[in-house]
Design a protein around this ligand. Structure first.
Ligand SMILES: [Zn+2]
Length: 364
């Protein structure tokens, strides 16, 4: 079915005026916000994707997507951000040394300045996924952004935890890929690489361990992201068309971010990549240090079958309960994996209503 749905299509959101707002970060990257507007409203929602994905995971035409669900439920001004991790840009496959500190310090503050210029002081609710959720929470807890009415994080936030096999891959994977295999990124499309090239060999080697389906992109996603067959989602939660176009939704990604994640896992929670680098002086060395003072309520979505960031959000909720009892919420999602809460065929029944309910209680 790949090819029947155009890449980066905006067709999944109906009856909305779509406007793209390009902007630049202070460290010189061009990024974009896409606004889906039916009517101006007191509560504005900003959607933040993860590493390897893009705003596309919120606007897929083949299922009832989150942007449409919000528009239909009274949140008539929805914005989707593509920041430096987005698969819509070349940044991730170029040689780079970006860390999550760069995202927290440069991307979200710049995006929110653009957003604020358009929506004034109306309430902004943020829904973030994966490393987008980690870095947005870093930005919020680190004081780089503020005035957020509510924040929903899917899968993970300030305390990344991963299965044992992933720890092993995080320890050796980036150097193995960069120095031994000679590729600075990993791409679900390696399966389409020419015969006997390095990318082809990486793909065939990975597929030896994955008999669960016939999609090489799905196998590579599992290898890239977690410990499971598959690791990113539960197959039964996806429409076949979504599974078949996984390489459109989750693209190539650079390996350096994994080094920062590894540092956080070793530290037990989000920490600055290099505390000695004075470019990041505005950010705390330890992002949990003032958790008690953060007044923005968090909804932590904890997929029960999370084979990428395991019980990260359950763990973070316990920490937050000690820091600020009763302020933040945990929603366990039975039967869901890491990404399917957003891209699943029944997400609009099982997951999105819980987000809307949370935003409603912290909005107008
Ligand atoms: Zn699969």
């Amino acid at each position: 079915m790949t090819g029947t749905i155009a890449r980066f299509t905006l067709e999944g959101v109906k009856d909305a005026d779509v406007t793209v707002y390009p902007f630049a970060t202070e460290d010189g990257l061009g990024l974009e916000l896409t606004r889906f507007l039916r009517a101006e409203s007191d509560d504005v929602v900003l959607l933040v994707h993860g590493l390897t994905s893009a705003s596309d995971v919120f606007i897929m035409p083949e299922h009832r997507n989150l942007a449409s669900h919000l528009l239909d439920n009274g949140y008539t001004d929805v914005w989707a951000l593509d920041f430096r991790m987005s698969g819509r840009y070349p940044y991730d496959t170029e040689t780079h040394r970006f860390t999550l500190d760069d995202v927290a310090l440069y991307d979200f503050p710049a995006a929110l300045r653009v957003l604020r210029r358009q929506v004034g002081d109306r309430r902004i609710h943020v829904i973030a996924h994966c490393l987008g959720a980690v870095s947005f929470t870093m930005s919020l807890f680190g004081g780089a952004v503020g005035g957020i009415a509510s924040l929903t994080c899917n899968s993970v936030s300030l305390t990344p935890r991963v299965p044992a096999f992933s720890r092993l891959k995080l320890t050796f994977g980036p150097n193995l890929m960069e120095y031994v295999v000679g590729l600075p990124f990993i791409d679900p499309r390696f399966g389409d690489a020419p015969f006997l090239t390095r990318a082809w060999m990486v793909s065939r080697l990975i597929s030896l361990f994955h008999n669960e389906c016939k999609e090489r992109a799905c196998h590579i996603q599992s290898f890239q992201w977690g410990a499971g067959r598959p690791a990113m989602y539960e197959h039964e939660n996806l429409l076949p068309v979504t599974h078949a176009r996984m390489a459109d939704l989750c693209c190539a990604s650079g390996l350096h971010y994994y080094r920062h994640v590894r540092k956080m896992i070793n530290a037990g929670n989000a920490v600055k990549y290099d505390p000695k680098d004075d470019r990041y002086d505005a950010l705390p060395d330890d992002y949990l240090s003032n958790a008690a003072e953060i007044e923005t309520p968090l909804l932590l979505l904890a997929p029960e079958r999370n084979k990428v960031f395991s019980d990260s959000n359950n763990h973070f909720h316990r920490i937050l309960e000690k820091a600020a009892p009763g302020r933040h919420e945990l929603a366990v999602l039975p039967g869901y994996g890491h990404l399917d809460p957003l891209i699943g065929k029944n997400s609009h029944l099982d997951v999105f209503p819980r987000i809307v309910d949370f935003i409603k209680r912290h909005g107008a």
